[in-house]
Design a protein around this ligand. Sequence first.
Ligand code: TYM
Length: 332
Amino acid sequence: MNRIFSGIQPTGNLHLGNYLGAVRNWVRLQNDFECLFCVVDLHAITVWQDPAVLKTHTREVAAAVLAAGVDPKKNILFVQSQNPDHAQLAWIFNCVARMGWLNRMTQFKEKAGKNRENVSVGLFAYPNLMSADILVYKATHVPVGEDQKQHLELARDTAQKFNSDYGREVFPLPEPVIMGAATRIMSLRDGTKKMSKSDESDYSRINMTDDADAIALKLRKAKTDPLPLPDSLDGLAGRPEAANLLDVWAALSDGTRQAALDRFAGRTFSEFKKELTELAVSVLGPIGSEMQRYLADPTELDGILKAGATAARALSAPVLAEVEEVVGFLRA
Ligand code: TYM
């Protein structure tokens, strides 16, 4: 039986990349699979988070996931720190995964930069916690954007090493599910950089909370080039900003890059951006207002998350008990 797990960090507002690369796919998978979706606050604190802001972002991200259409009656939506089983299994994985494996993680290299000696130990061990998130439920499929592929490979390596070290087939090897026309949305200011919550320029991303005016302004200011849109995929070579905006169009309209090209070939960016703004507002507007409804009185939201954590723990507890038995811990 397939079980799906995915997570999202509450390090800022959800942006269009998170929505198109991940959350929208969660909404599509929820009808066919058993799904767990998690706001990963333990991951967030691997870099400094102001405590009050972390709480706000945790609720905002959960509200955005619900507003995007994840149904808490069909799925489990919860906050990572409310199920301590993740951290317990992560420690065990710290003792399974190898330093060399983690040293190769490009996300760590990017985030640590030249400051390697001074980042938290948690930032280095981050992928082991991610493996634990998935494997503490024996999840088989993980819907994510392109940037998480390497972490998923590490989760598979860790599952495999655990199984072979202990000579027991405890864990499945989880598969990434990377779907849709927008698996890697780029910054609106630089088509070679990923759209990210941590980019200091808010003009680099469209946030799920942006209103119609903000979306229009950001798209108007989005970097482009002076040429009209090309009529073939080859014509996008060396034009990363054009390719990115066409992918955003494709994903928002549920089409392909080619279909977007067919529609906009020969047109100017300013015409294209006007239509793109209308489309983005029509998709994101209702999500933003539903999100505000959840946030206006967080009682309902907190209740959903609490029930989610209880349901999650009911699934992880027997897996953790099995792992602890296999490892040789005396059980209380
Ligand atoms: P995070 O919080 O950075 O991103 C959440 C999801 O959004 C996707 N994503 C993007 N997709 C397309 N274009 C972009 N520009 C873009 N930016 C982000 C990410 O691929 C991700 O699917 N380590 C994870 C969180 C995590 C997790 C897990 C995911 C923790 N444990 C277990 C899956 C399973 C992260 O930092 O995602």
